[in-house]
Design a protein around this ligand. Structure first.
Ligand SMILES: [Zn+2]
Length: 225
């Protein structure tokens, strides 16, 4: 069993607080789903003393250090962008960014670019299945899948490619951000899609994930590939 704190999009006073450790004493790892400045993830990691895995949002900003260096990445955190890692027996991977809706330089992808990213990740997931008996436990994204927790406007539309991802690789969880609850968007933040629980973490949530049974066979394992 693993206790995660998941965050994205909004700086939450209960988290950005010196009493964070008292509030969340048993969190064992944290997951960031984008649109947060590096200082925020670094604060949580430092205060809780736990590992952090994250993907990029479409609005991730560049910060500068005192010596003028560009800080693109939160220090002490591991990017899952386009890769898969095993942590404490759980298989994690990430595909950040949002649908491309303007010419900004932020992480935005067309539907076909996102599908390409899914297929580029696939060989790693196949290795996972051979080694661990399953493709993946948790996929971190910034944008939601198409039709699940989407906002009413195009920038907050989800990716069809993430539906394809869940159809093919059946992670136990897909955790996304991007859909701020304070905008009055979808009030629903948990939706089951086939074998995957889709969770919106805009703000924060606490998530307990059971350890997988070793070599657990899933229906996906018996599909022809
Ligand atoms: Zn966003």
């Amino acid at each position: 069993m693993m206790r995660f704190l998941t965050v994205s999009d909004e700086v939450v006073p209960a988290i950005y607080s010196l009493s964070i450790k008292d509030r969340f004493p048993d969190v064992e790892a944290m997951l960031g789903c984008g649109d947060l400045q590096p200082y925020y993830l670094e604060f949580i990691v430092t205060m809780l003393g736990v590992p952090c895995f994250y993907v990029q949002g479409n609005h991730d900003r560049v910060e500068y250090s005192e010596s003028g260096e560009e800080i693109n990445a939160p220090r002490g955190c591991t990017s899952l962008e386009g890769r898969s890692v095993s942590h404490a027996g759980l298989l994690l991977a990430g595909l950040g960014g949002s649908i491309r809706y303007n010419r900004d330089s932020g992480a935005q992808y067309t539907e076909s670019q996102m599908l390409m990213r899914v297929w580029r990740l696939a060989p790693r997931l196949l290795v996972n299945r051979l080694r661990y008996g399953r493709y993946l436990d948790i996929l971190l994204t910034h944008a939601p899948p198409l039709g699940i927790h989407n906002g009413p406007d195009f920038p907050h539309r989800g990716f069809r490619a993430l539906l394809t991802f869940m159809d093919r690789f059946a992670p136990r969880y897909l955790i996304h951000g991007h859909i701020h609850r304070s905008y009055g968007f979808s009030a629903v933040t948990e939706t089951r899609y086939k074998r995957t629980m889709v969770l919106n973490t805009a703000g924060y949530r606490l998530l307990t994930v059971d350890a997988p049974a070793p070599g657990r066979a899933t229906p996906a394992d018996t599909e022809a590939s």
